[in-house]
Ligand binder design. Sequence first.
Ligand code: PGA
Length: 280
Amino acid sequence: MLLILRKTYEDLSQEAARLVGDRLRRKPNLVLGLATGSTPLGLYTALIDKCRNEGLDFSKVTTFNLDEYIGLPRSHQQSYHYFMRESLFKHINLDSRHTHVPDGMARDIEAQCEWYEQRIVDVGGIDLQILGIGANGHLAFNEPGSSLGSRTRIKTLSERTVRDNARFFTSMEQVPRYAITMGIGTIMEARELLILASGESKAEAVRAAVEGPITAACPASICQMHRRAYFIIDEAARSKLTQVPVEEVTGREYAAPGYQSLRLGEPSEIFGERRAHERT
Ligand code: PGA
């Protein structure tokens, strides 16, 4: 696990875009796992910019989104289909036939989930999965208590998540209570995980995920078991970490017990050759 600290949300987004851009240049037919929510928006804006101004080429990329609400049509402004179209897909040279978002209107949800899992296998697995983290530690819609080995399935959203999402809807009654989500087991099979967290509201979840025990009570803590998991977080989101020395934010790279953290511009850990001492 690698913890990458950046000062601001903008810095975090740029760093994440650098990593995605690097992976895409190395593998033009990258299979990219995507997330919704406010956190990856800065990353998507940066990727759009790279596509337009640096020629970053998405034409051979395949994408899989983590989740979708059940019962919202694709045209609904709060659906994740809509979100992805507006925030990323329509702005880059991605072939829409290569994009996948679970179908929350599917008649047979179980069959839809199985199909989704199979599609991921058919294209050779996800190379790089982008993730946000919920204030309650959820990963995608794998709420606390979710099986750490779970696969794509229907999930009931926690009260906390419903409350957090309420800001996007005009009334509580409209907030979806169910979603299709990739499982934690599905997510863990991605070759690399890129977890983004910004702001004080995520600080406790980041602490639990990075420093806490591995537990279904904090699904994001499973990232500790992944050999290529990178957290990119800003200063506010790291504010509750207890194992990170203060000097770290002033620019020194060092290894802390159990994980490494570094201040970028020291990007070599995730770009290019890995250092001999790196633990993953
Ligand atoms: P957010 O959501 O990016 O809108 O904070 C992240 C999540 O709930 O996974």
